[in-house]
Design a protein around this ligand. Structure first.
Ligand code: NOJ
Length: 561
């Protein structure tokens, strides 16, 4: 089978690379600590990932994106980086990273790594020295240190709130033990924000990009891509809450026009390397048009489509967001991207059934009927995989994993969980290690006596990879079939060619390429329509007659027309 691949190793980094592989790529997010644990410490690692690459190749994805595995005290699960060029020992070594990239390329999989440029860890050498060297340290200029307000500087320098809850400022103690300046952290106190006006910061990140590109990675996912540049003088936001900070033209710390200069300079670096190395922005901008700014031809390649992720399960709303996404991206010549789950949001098996799914993260997971949740999630996935552009999948969604909603407080590790009113206080439930095989935890995630850093539910045996593979009714086989069909029809992902078809209210119907129609019943009632052609793939059972079909609620069908 290997000879059927467009192997992205030697050739893909050379002239024979397929053109713009990323425009329709299906990219699978690996959350390293929760994927596969090779050494039994309960935390997934790079050798574990390496051992499971053949599974991903068989699943049919084009690339993997790895959440951070760099040296880090793990105050925010690795999004607090202490050394950008070192692998944290809990995940392995640089040699493991190199071997993983080599193996992935040998299997025809590309590798995207996470880059965290908005903030470092407070254990990063620059920040540690900035503190120990005291107020005169030149390293302080690489972060945002400011004197406090009030008679004794006892109040934060401005009114910004951390995304994780509480003030976005923490006061330091000077080397002589007296209270000192404050520093800015849009996230946890252990994540001080870099000052991107300082040339050493920009230089450092250009070097980091080259380091990983030289190691062979195919691209980067840019964390908080919208946050790097802050308004001069760090002005107060007034009465606005953190979410209002995203309003157009209002935020002093998000989606500032200045970020685009940074991405232009990064694009020139990416383009120096063969094989179309890419970058995808995690950019929470207020409108799709503002998101499109990040993927102009001389900037990044893709941006996550959080508008789509946050749209309710409603035919009119879905049609609107799909149209708006395609229009916004078309204007800048970039592919749209589609995603339903990641490590920050409630898994879509649970979220799409919650009444608050309009809230983009569905942050307060509620108990839902698991059968109904899975039915809707499967329908949503088949819709997503029929859309033009690139799709991002999150590990475990191919198994239909639900959000784990009953983790006790003492095992939770999300830094926001214990900070009242934080944005993302409930993220542990989508990060539970995934089940591979066996009838008991850790279900092949690691050695039988290894445990897992978050406890796995007792009823996950029938959701494991081993339990599902070969069963045509399983969610795993649905994903495999959809990805195989997508691969077999290049017109499916690639061209920006969606055509809406007339359909009764509540039924989404569109065609792609020459021969595929996708119909999605988003209502609570069955819908009977003329049968469009041969059913290629369905997310659930349908009733067919010679010339009609009855599509049950929450069901998607791919037709050959
Ligand atoms: C976005 C990441 O996806 C999230 O997990 C992290 O907490 C924040 N950025 C801060 O780095």
């Amino acid at each position: 089978m290997t000879d059927q691949l467009i192997a992205p190793s030697a050739e893909h980094h050379g002239a024979a690379a397929s053109v713009s592989w990323w425009r329709d790529a299906v990219i699978y997010q690996i959350y390293p600590r929760s994927f596969a644990d090779s050494d039994g410490d309960g935390i997934g690692d790079l050798p574990g990932i390496r051992s499971r690459l053949p599974y991903l190749r068989e699943l049919g994805v084009d690339a993997v994106w790895l959440s951070p595995f760099y040296a880090s005290p793990q105050a925010d699960a690795g999004y607090d980086v202490a050394d950008y060029r070192t692998v944290d020992p809990m995940f392995g070594t640089l040699a493991d990273a190199r071997a993983l990239i080599g193996d992935a390329h040998g299997l025809g999989l590309r590798v995207i790594v996470d880059l965290v440029p908005n903030h470092s860890s407070d254990q990063h050498e620059w920040f540690r020295r900035a503190l120990t060297e005291g107020p005169g340290s030149p390293l302080r200029a690489r972060y945002h240190f400011r004197p406090g307000q009030g008679a004794d500087g006892e109040l934060p320098p401005n009114d910004w709130q951390s995304i994780f809850g509480g003030p976005a400022w923490t006061r330091t103690t000077d080397p002589d033990g007296t209270p000192g300046d404050w520093y800015l952290h849009l996230f946890a106190p252990q994540q001080p924000d870099f000052n991107w006006d300082h040339p050493a910061v920009a230089d450092e990140f250009r070097t980091i990009l080259r380091f990983w590109l030289d190691l062979g990675v195919d691209g980067f996912r840019i964390d908080v891509a919208h946050g790097l540049v802050k308004a001069a003088g760090l002005p107060d936001v007034g009465a606005k809450t953190e979410w209002h900070l995203l309003d157009v033209g209002v935020s002093p710390c998000f989606d500032r026009d200045g970020v685009h200069d940074i991405y232009r300079s990064w694009r020139t670096i990416l383009d120096e390397y063969p094989g179309e190395r890419i970058a995808v922005a995690e950019a929470w901008a207020p409108t799709l048009d503002r998101v499109a700014n990040y993927v102009r031809p001389d900037e990044l390649h893709q941006a996550f489509n959080f508008s789509y992720l946050g749209t309710a399960w409603d035919a009119a709303a879905q049609r609107r967001v799909i149209n708006e996404s395609l229009t916004a991206m078309r204007q800048v010549g970039a592919p749209a991207t589609w995603t339903l789950s990641n490590h920050d949001v409630v898994r879509h098996t649970t979220r799409l059934l919650q009444s608050d799914e309009g809230d983009v993260a569905g942050r307060k997971p509620a108990e839902v009927d698991p059968v109904a949740g899975l039915r809707r999630a499967r329908a949503a996935t088949l819709l997503l995989l029929a859309l033009p552009g690139s799709a991002y999948l999150y590990q475990g969604e191919e198994l239909g994993l639900p959000e784990v909603i009953d983790l006790p407080a003492e095992v939770r590790q999300d830094p926001a969980f214990h900070r009242a009113t934080g944005q993302d206080g409930y993220r542990d439930g989508c990060r539970v290690p995934i089940p591979w095989e066996g009838d008991r935890a850790p279900y092949g995630f690691g050695p039988p006596d290894g445990g897992s850093w978050l406890p796995q539910p007792q009823n996950w045996a029938n959701l494991s990879v081993a339990a599902q593979q070969g069963d045509p009714a399983s969610t795993l086989e649905l994903y495999r079939a959809a990805l195989a069909l997508r691969k077999a029809d290049p017109a499916l992902g690639a061209a920006d060619n969606l055509r809406w078809c007339p359909a009764p209210e509540g039924l989404l119907a569109f065609e792609r390429g020459a021969a595929l129609r996708c119909t999605v019943n988003m209502t609570n009632e069955p819908i009977r329509v003329r049968r469009p052609g041969e059913a290629l793939l369905t997310s659930g059972p349908i009733e067919l007659s010679d010339d009609e079909v009855e599509i049950p609620p929450d069901t998607t069908v791919w037709w050959s027309v």
